[in-house]
Design a binder for this molecule. Structure first.
Ligand code: ARG
Length: 269
């Protein structure tokens, strides 16, 4: 059973530029963003995913990307320490949502940047964590202690793929997709070592945010991808659902960034 946290795009826009995808003169279309988000929400509920909502706040346009609010592990919520001031005010909003629902909210030391599940995804018993553009590596050890799991730190190598979830996605216990050029050679070797079936995604699919997918059991939801990638996932027995997230890509995010796992097979102690 998968449970996700989403935030409606009521105040979503591009008002600042903190990653290479964002251009203040290339604003998302409000109505289209709203309808893309609603289609995503509907599909999730049709697929029997339990969707929780956090209320959006004026002045926090990127709050729609709930994956960056923090990381959930069992009853613990490790709240993010955002790198950029533009997003830092989201942290207390996420912290109080979780606190009000009985989670133990864990704060990292102030000087440790961490952008939540956007940079930290469970693969089996291992937390794969990205660092450099947003999260910093010093946060990883601390997080490993909090969740009691092995953490593997991978340096992100390309500014377009500034969060781990833009270039890496676990699909099941053996399989993940990744975009090799977003990692350095050490990172690529580590991924090959820990993931029995590691599928490479080409540049076009990577730039279409195809690694930024939501997985619930055998269902995978992603932005439109190539027929080849779709076929490779289908041969693994996965059901691939493609939607357009064009308006969210203008801020550097797609389906995975728009959701935070509250419950999934791997974030239970
Ligand atoms: N505009 C947001 C930012 O730059 C996009 C966040 C995308 N989230 C993600 N999990 N990759 O912070």
């Amino acid at each position: 059973m998968t449970e996700l946290l989403l935030c409606p795009p009521t105040y979503y826009t591009v008002d600042y530029e903190i990653n290479p995808w964002m251009h203040i003169h290339n604003k998302p279309d409000r109505e289209l963003a709203e309808s893309q988000w609603t289609a995503f929400y509907r599909l999730l509920t049709e697929l029997k995913v339990t969707v929780h909502r956090i209320d959006p706040k004026p002045g926090l346009p990127d709050m729609v990307f709930t994956a960056n609010g923090g990381l959930v592990f069992g009853n613990k919520f490790i709240v993010s320490n955002f790198r950029h001031a533009e997003r830092a005010k989201e942290a207390p909003v996420f912290a109080s949502w979780f606190k009000n629902r009985g989670y133990e909210v864990v704060h990292l030391p102030r000087d440790r940047y961490f952008e939540g599940e956007g940079d930290a995804l469970m693969f089996g018993d291992t937390l794969v964590a990205g660092f450099k553009f947003r999260s910093d590596i010093h946060s990883h050890r601390y997080i490993g202690e909090v969740i009691g799991r092995r953490v593997i730190s991978l340096e992100l190598a390309s500014p377009n793929f500034y969060h781990l979830d833009t270039c890496f996605c676990p699909l099941n216990d053996e399989t993940a997709i990744y975009y090799p050029e977003a990692f350095d050679s050490y990172g690529r070797e580590v991924l090959k070592h820990i993931i029995p079936n590691l599928i490479e995604v080409g540049r076009k699919d990577a730039m279409n945010f195809c690694c930024n997918a939501v997985v619930s059991g055998k269902n995978v939801i992603m932005n439109n991808c190539s027929a080849e990638l779709r076929r490779r996932m289908e041969t693994l027995g996965l059901n691939v659902f493609q939607l357009s997230f064009s308006e969210f890509i203008k801020a550097g995010g797609s389906s995975k960034c728009l959701s935070l796992y509250l419950k999934s097979p791997h974030n239970e102690p």
